[in-house]
Design a protein around this ligand. Structure first.
Ligand SMILES: [Zn+2]
Length: 191
């Protein structure tokens, strides 16, 4: 089957790589399923998990932002299927009331320093954003990277049905399908 030993080794190495890749992919899917599962996302952490969280925190503590250096989704830290910054808020500052969001005062999504985390309603955050002049001015940004405030803004604008998907798509320079995903909470579901 093989012309030389070299060829045999080569194929075997490749076979192993393929198996490893499939394994990695399966694990990734598994963790993504956990994020989608609301019960898993909102569950109480076990003591062991809390200890793991604190030991991660101890390795990244700094006088400024504590940058989460483990898994990230959209730039937000992820811990056991939960948003790392929300876990940090709950452990250091207390529980998050229902329908409230945890925002970054430092505008750094991967930061988990409780001093930089603030609780707010969606409308407060939108008002804050408009005050700070960070509202999108409607220019077309084909490679726009959304901030969490913009995502909340898109959802809030769509809710009273005054804005259509197309209008939002034009305003934020995003494809209509991406706007749909944001509104349906298929993307950015952690905020
Ligand atoms: Zn920060």
């Amino acid at each position: 089957m093989y012309n030389s030993k070299y060829q045999k080794d080569y194929y075997q190495k490749h076979k192993q790589e393929k198996i490893d890749y499939a394994k990695k992919w399966r694990n990734k899917n598994k963790s993504l399923r956990k994020i989608k599962d609301k019960n898993y996302r909102n569950r109480q952490l076990t003591n062991q998990e809390m200890q793991n969280f604190y030991s991660i925190i101890n390795s990244i503590k700094s006088p400024k932002c504590w940058i989460w250096n483990h898994s990230l989704v959209h730039g937000y830290g992820l811990f056991m299927g939960k948003s790392a910054h929300r876990v940090s808020y709950e452990l250091y500052k207390g529980s998050i009331p229902k329908n409230m969001v945890v925002m970054h005062t430092c505008d750094n999504p991967s930061c988990v320093n409780p001093e930089h985390l603030e609780i707010g309603t969606q409308s407060e955050n939108i008002a804050d954003m408009i005050k700070k002049g960070r509202q999108s001015k409607g220019e077309s940004k084909p490679t726009a990277k959304l901030t969490e405030k913009q995502v909340l803004e898109i959802r809030a604008k769509f809710k009273p049905r005054k804005y259509t998907y197309e209008m939002l798509s034009k305003e934020y320079g995003l494809a209509v399908r991406n706007i749909c995903k944001i509104i349906a909470r298929e993307s950015w579901k952690h905020i």
